[in-house]
Design a protein around this ligand. Structure first.
Ligand code: TEU
Ligand code: CA
Length: 556
């Protein structure tokens, strides 16, 4: 395997709108991010991923871009962005941006020109198709609900949007459009970006016949990912994208890829793959309901553990995946993956340890390092997220009461991750001096950065030690390249694994159950490297109480 500069890095995702507001307008901004670079450096991260900061009407929080070359006014200016890059560089921090190129905003100049001349050059930047007997071209349902097709005013044409109707899909079949995207990507890379997180990229290849697909809901429609799964030929697009852009700059790229086909992992993340890495969503997908959030499947500890183990075993044969507990599209991991009795600082540290020492590139989502949790939502009006509002209606249409639908959204909403970062116990958690765009989680009095700075045993200080261990000169190699091997799979409630290199054998083990677990050690303990509460152990036996986690070096 060729070693790459990003193999041993730890990444951190910033959701700019909710990170830090410097001017009191209730919206996080670039100046706010700049003011927290030292905090991030001290945490120990190397790569910062910024969710979209481009000019946007914010129908989908910046994932609807109206100008790829401009910074959203809400967040600041291009000068401030350049300053952020320079300040990051000073601290040896890499910045990567979100690359949203499956679709743009309906306010983008290209789409406006297409609407103005629906049979002209710019219409071919999108998918404009005639309707069928006054109906949409086919029965695909968009990710955010309703048809994937929207009428083009004044014509019998429709345009395709797999997400919101304000997010028209870009026509990747058009070489002119592709070239414009590559120019834009190179422009940002030349500016000094280290790479990109690539949004929804699996959706760029369409079935150009746009056939009806078998209905999968009461609305007679079919989820649009079924088209993604049924069509071949994305290879040519992704290879060209890589060769025209990323490869020239040795960029780090992480793809947001769902619905990968059997056997295709090497094409995506192998030595000569389209991307450096892709996210491992296998544990998150466990809760996918057949029809929406209302029929989400509960995630048991065993399923969660077995899924992560299987994924690690599959991926290590091929390359590296990016491991996450949560991101801006997911509920908070502590609330989701830990049983209620583990939702404590100790349990939070345990979950973090298990996730961060897996083989792969760890991505920490803002607030994860202090153990932020899902918020308490009192009514549907409190949510802002377009997907949550759709899922509320889906649940109501399926017969759930208002209270039940609210409960569903409370546990699944993307807004759980988007509540403002909790910096202190000052009003609005120190996020803003104004009124935040989305409410602050009520628990900020107990969960916040400032108070955890002062407690040696806090979740924050634990995360610092955890990252420092992963990156320490002595153990960096084994935690980066060491083989993953599961351990104690038959022991109820224990998630454990080895990381093994030529001269080292590490054991990472946590007890997620209420009962104490006794593990017989395969090899004598050499050193206890990290724990959230020192356990009892002898040369051949380790006792883990509820929520105890350890990182041990064993004789190899
Ligand atoms: O997400 C793509 C995606 O397919 C889902 O995770 C989607 O967000 C989810 O099904 C809705 O509940 C990416 C971004 O991460 C997301 O924030 C954007 O909304 C989406 O693309 C559109 O750009
Ligand atoms: Ca602001």
């Amino acid at each position: 395997m060729t070693k790459k500069w990003w193999h041993d890095k730890v990444a951190y995702q910033i959701y700019p709108k909710s990170f830090c507001d410097s001017n009191g307008d209730g919206i996080g901004d670039l100046r706010g991010i700049i003011s927290k670079l030292d905090y991030l450096k001290e945490l120990g991260v190397d790569i910062i991923w910024l969710s979209p900061i481009y000019k946007s009407p914010f129908v989908d929080q910046g994932y609807d871009i109206s100008d790829y070359y401009a910074i959203a006014e809400e967040f600041g200016t291009m000068e401030e962005f350049d300053e952020l890059l320079a300040e990051a560089k000073k601290r040896d921090l890499h910045i990567i941006m979100d690359l949203v190129i499956n679709h743009c905003s309906s306010e983008h100049e290209w789409f406006q020109k297409a609407l103005a001349d629906p049979y002209g050059e710019y219409a071919d930047y999108f998918y404009f198709r005639p309707g069928k007997e006054g109906n949409a071209p086919n029965n695909l349902r968009s990710y955010f609900g309703g048809s994937c097709w929207e009428p083009v005013p004044g014509t019998d044409l429709y345009y395709l949007h797999m997400f919101a109707r304000e997010q028209p899909d870009l026509n990747w079949e058009n070489p002119k459009l592709r070239q414009k995207l590559y120019d834009m990507v190179n422009w940002w890379l030349q500016k000094g970006l280290s790479g990109f997180r690539i949004d929804a990229i699996i959706n760029i290849k369409k079935d150009l016949d746009f056939p009806d697909l078998p209905a999968d809901g009461a609305d007679s429609m079919a989820s649009c990912w079924r088209m993604v799964e049924s069509v071949d030929g994305i290879d040519a697009f992704l290879t060209e994208l890589r060769d025209e852009t990323f490869r020239k700059h040795d960029a780090f790229t992480v793809g947001e890829v769902f619905n990968i086909k059997e056997g295709e992992l090497p094409c995506f993340i192998g030595e000569d793959g389209y991307f450096s890495t892709i996210f491992d969503f296998s544990a998150h997908s466990l809760s996918d309901g057949k029809h929406g959030w209302y029929d989400a499947v509960p995630i048991t500890f065993e399923k969660w553990r077995d899924t992560i183990i299987q994924s690690q075993l599959d991926v290590q044969k091929v390359g590296f995946e990016a491991n996450i507990i949560e991101n801006h599209d997911e509920p908070r991991g502590v609330s989701r993956f830990l049983p209620p009795y583990d939702q404590t600082p100790a349990g939070t540290k345990m979950l973090g340890t298990i996730s961060l020492l897996l083989r792969g590139i760890p991505f920490i989502y803002q607030g994860q390092e202090i153990g932020m949790q899902n918020a308490k939502w009192n009514s549907i009006e409190e949510f802002n997220d377009i997907s949550t509002i759709d899922q509320y209606h889906v649940a109501r249409a399926a017969g759930l009461s208002d209270t039940e639908a609210l409960e569903v959204c409370s546990s699944m909403s993307r807004d759980n991750a988007r509540t403002p970062m909790q910096w202190s116990d000052a009003p609005q958690a120190g996020f803003t001096t104004g009124t935040p765009w989305l409410k602050v989680n009520e628990n900020y009095h107990t969960i916040n950065v400032a108070s955890q700075e002062n407690e040696p045993d806090s979740v924050l200080n634990y995360y610092r030690s955890l990252i420092a261990l992963r990156k320490s000169p002595e153990y960096r190699d084994v935690f980066t390249y060491g083989t993953f091997r599961p351990a104690y799979e038959k022991t109820e409630s224990v998630m454990a694994y080895y990381r093994i290199s030529e001269d080292k054998r590490m054991l990472v083990a946590g007890n997620f159950g209420e009962k104490t677990a006794v593990l017989h050690l395969e090899k004598p303990v050499k050193k206890l490297l990290l724990t959230n509460e020192t356990p009892e152990y002898t040369a051949d036996q380790l006792t883990l109480k509820n929520c105890q986690v350890v990182v041990l070096e064993l004789e190899s």
